[in-house]
Design a protein around this ligand. Structure first.
Ligand SMILES: Cc1cc2nc3c(=O)[nH]c(=O)nc-3n(C[C@H](O)[C@H](O)[C@H](O)COP(=O)(O)OP(=O)(O)OC[C@H]3O[C@@H](n4cnc5c(N)ncnc54)[C@H](O)[C@@H]3O)c2cc1C
Length: 400
């Protein structure tokens, strides 16, 4: 039985492991984090294309049951005027909208499925070195342990060690000049927002929120900063971030200031980054997937869904062909779409960046309704969601 070493236990890692197991592979997952982190990454949107992959793993309903279905995004100006309603899924198909879920829940649904399938999943194993020799690849971890397999799959996220092994000259992530922050709150009297997320183009920062049926508020902010501020992000404490956000959003419409007033706990500001183009996705017996090769800003709500699409595609290719052919076919099938979605997310970031000038904000607030007015019926973004990768379809004519 061929053996795959999977580096990273986020989204792409366990999903690939589950599909490969179905194809008859022996798989093992190695995760750098010491333990599951309930706070990591806050929450995210799993779009209908990502849900379609989870469906094929029999995990869709388990995820949706714990999430907040949000087929629509309601857009607001800094003065509290509704700018428009944008579908979070294919136009006029609310039944195929996205679901917002804590990132830790998506991780645990996938991890538990992997464990239930008998796939070893080890925390605290940070990949340090990759060596190839003949038909095998060896992974060595920070704790000195090492293991070999027929292939190594790097699902190790935006800071991927695997990407650098594949190509030492691979591009580094690009900073969007937006800092992502978010949290959870309970605001007395704030009604649930069934079926929707709300997005506010604030005067000095972008803000999004939803209120679950159980009254828990999920919120995030995207703060515009300067390129040079990226290095300083880690030195800013949670309390300082909260104070800054309360100030930045003080003049924004209800319930933005109220949500921030009722937020407590540790906030972390993370740089929103992407990888617009990574030329080489594999070398020899090593391949990279998910954020490792096409990190995407959260603005498109597609990061986890693209990672899931990669997983099923790569596993299908490895089912149907030997490694080198499979990796080339996987990149051929995935790269154009992934790059197009990264570009789409960056176009949204342009709208989110706040110039700071009153005139700039006035122009933005005047233009956005024009763009958003017909968004509800505009099918131009349906390509994002109407992408289906089917497990039973063969990828290569030759077969294996
Ligand atoms: C901190 C953070 C917050 C995010 N927040 C959002 C959000 O709010 N909304 C949204 O849409 N998207 C968000 N994203 C992006 C989204 O989660 C990703 O697009 C999606 O998870 C991609 O899945 P992945 O499996 O490729 O990478 P990830 O889910 O990032 O998983 C990579 C895994 O690899 C592990 N790893 C890294 N290096 C090593 C190593 N050397 N050895 C072993 N393991 C390693 C990491 O610990 C991690 O568990 C966030 C990402 C991060 C990192």
């Amino acid at each position: 039985m061929p053996r795959a070493l999977i580096i990273g236990g986020g989204v792409a890692g366990p999903a690939t492991a589950l599909f490969l197991r179905r194809a008859g592979w022996e798989v093992e997952i190695f995760e750098a984090a010491a333990e599951p982190d309930a706070y990591a990454g806050l929450f995210l949107n799993v779009a209908t294309n990502g849900l379609a992959v989870l469906e094929q793993l029999g995990l869709r309903d388990r995820l949706v049951a714990q999430g907040h279905p949000a087929p629509e995004m309601v857009m607001w100006s800094s003065t509290g005027k509704q700018l428009g309603i944008v579908p979070n899924g294919p136009v006029r198909e609310p039944g195929r909208g996205g679901v917002v879920v804590r990132r830790s829940i998506l991780h645990s649904v996938l991890r538990e499925a992997a464990l239930a399938a008998g796939i070893p999943f080890t925390f605290g194993t940070r990949l340090e070195q990759i060596e190839e020799s003949g038909a095998t690849v060896r992974a060595t971890f920070a704790d000195g342990r090492s293991t070999t397999g027929d292939v190594l799959i790097g699902a190790d996220g935006v800071g991927s060690r695997t990407r650098r092994h594949i190509d030492p000259d691979a591009p580094e992530p690009r900073f969007s000049r937006l800092v992502g922050l978010g949290g959870f709150a309970r605001v007395p009297g704030l009604a649930p927002t069934p079926g929707a997320q709300h997005m506010v183009f604030g005067r000095r920062s972008f803000f999004g929120y939803l209120v679950r049926e159980d009254a828990e508020v999920y919120w995030f902010a995207n703060v515009t900063t300067k390129e040079g501020d990226r290095a300083d992000l880690r030195t800013i404490s949670g309390e300082e971030w909260l104070a800054r956000l309360r100030d930045l959003h003080a003049d924004d419409p209800h319930p933005v200031p109220q949500i921030l007033a009722h937020t407590a706990g540790d906030l972390r500001g993370y740089p929103i980054e992407d990888l617009p183009r990574v030329p080489h996705w594999s070398r020899g017996r090593v391949v990279a997937i998910g954020d490792a090769v096409h990190a995407i800003s959260p603005s498109a709500g597609q990061g986890a869904s693209l990672a899931l699409e990669d997983s099923i595609t790569l596993a299908r290719c490895l089912r149907d062909a030997e490694a080198t052919t499979a990796f080339a076919e996987y990149q051929r099938l995935r790269q154009p779409r992934a790059e197009a979605v990264v570009r789409y997310a960056e176009a949204i970031n342009k709208q989110k960046r706040v110039t700071g000038s009153r005139l700039g904000i006035a122009i933005r607030d005047a233009m956005l309704p024009v763009f958003l007015r017909r968004a509800r019926d505009d099918t131009r973004n349906d390509w994002l969601y109407n992408h289906h990768v089917t497990w039973n379809e063969r990828t290569l004519e030759s077969g294996r």
